[in-house]
Ligand binder design. Sequence first.
Ligand SMILES: Cc1ncc(COP(=O)(O)O)c(C=O)c1O
Length: 388
Amino acid sequence: MSRPLLNRRLEGLGTTIFAEMSARALVTGSVNLGQGFPDRDGPAKIAQVAADAILAGRGNQYPPGPGVPELRQAIAAHDERFYGLRYDPDGEILVTAGATEAIAAAMLALVEPGDEVIAFEPYYDSYAANIAMAGGVRVPVTLRPPHFRPDLAELTKAITPRTRLILLNSPHNPTGSVFTRDELAAIAALAVERDLLVVTDEVYEHLVFDGEHVPIVRFPGMRDRTVSVSSAGKTFSFTGWKIGWVTASPELVTAVKTAKQFLTFVSGGPFQYAVAEALALPDEYYARLRDDLMAQRDLLCAGLSEIGFEVYQPQGTYFVTADIKRLGFQDGVDFCRNLPDRAGVVAIPTAIFYDHPQAARGHVRFAFCKRPEVLTEALRRLSRLTRR
Ligand SMILES: Cc1ncc(COP(=O)(O)O)c(C=O)c1O
């Protein structure tokens, strides 16, 4: 065939680094601190709800397009309970196949070919793919170490008449930074002033250790221009269930639903009932999740520092970014490719999350959503690096 097979928009996207590194972890018997999935499942009683739903024939056939009513009501109740937000379960909430589909559908629905989409780099890898699929033009604004704060002057400069939307992610993967109230207020003010949409990925909303999670939709003028995205994967430690959702104005939800219905149409019927119950878990559940992860963060960060990494302590999420240069290494991609053989550990080079990879040449990301004994074992193995 004379023509390349792959659509040109998708050129260069390759296989996700997570698939490549998780496969290397299996082959080499490495401790996998690459991909962000917990090594303990979420609450057994929530898993039981899903099992019961399957056996009782609830959700085994196509659920309603927007999601089962019980889940939409639970999402509305959750957003009111934690943030004082009010969304109408009928028309302002859409259940999706994880946050991943929500973001893809939002890009396909809202971005015209040639529209510019501003995203803070480093960014979660599906953003680049989704913007490309929509024919949009990615415009990165760089978060820089040590604190990875959004540079508002740079953001202002990045906005042009072709800018359609800002794609936000706080708590932020991979840097772990949590945007402050002031930063979000300034971003919101810019969105209003320049008449931009904001798509905000808040899948780590309950994983904040320092600071607070403030949904950007709460700022003046944002209710009708914000598509908020979240998901059950991280909050309830069931990343395989892929139940996510969008909350937005009826017009925006209708737009996103138009794209979503031709991606998966619907998904995960029985899991939707289980997530509805999970969202109503008492405050202690959410506090315990955060406290356990914070202890894991502290364990991994302290251990990495002791080994000699320069550690950028995250305020939230599952991840810590560390600089390898003090250990005598330069390039994070080479370092991570060799790490399974050299030390029996898998990590991810954060340069792959940038359009300007030189900004993060020596940075690698470790996931700490693993049992303490697994993290301790990873640290024991990593300490070999200093005994070369
Ligand atoms: C920032 C961010 N957004 C979205 C997702 C995907 O969420 P889901 O599994 O619900 O599709 C992830 C998963 O790692 C993530 O880190």
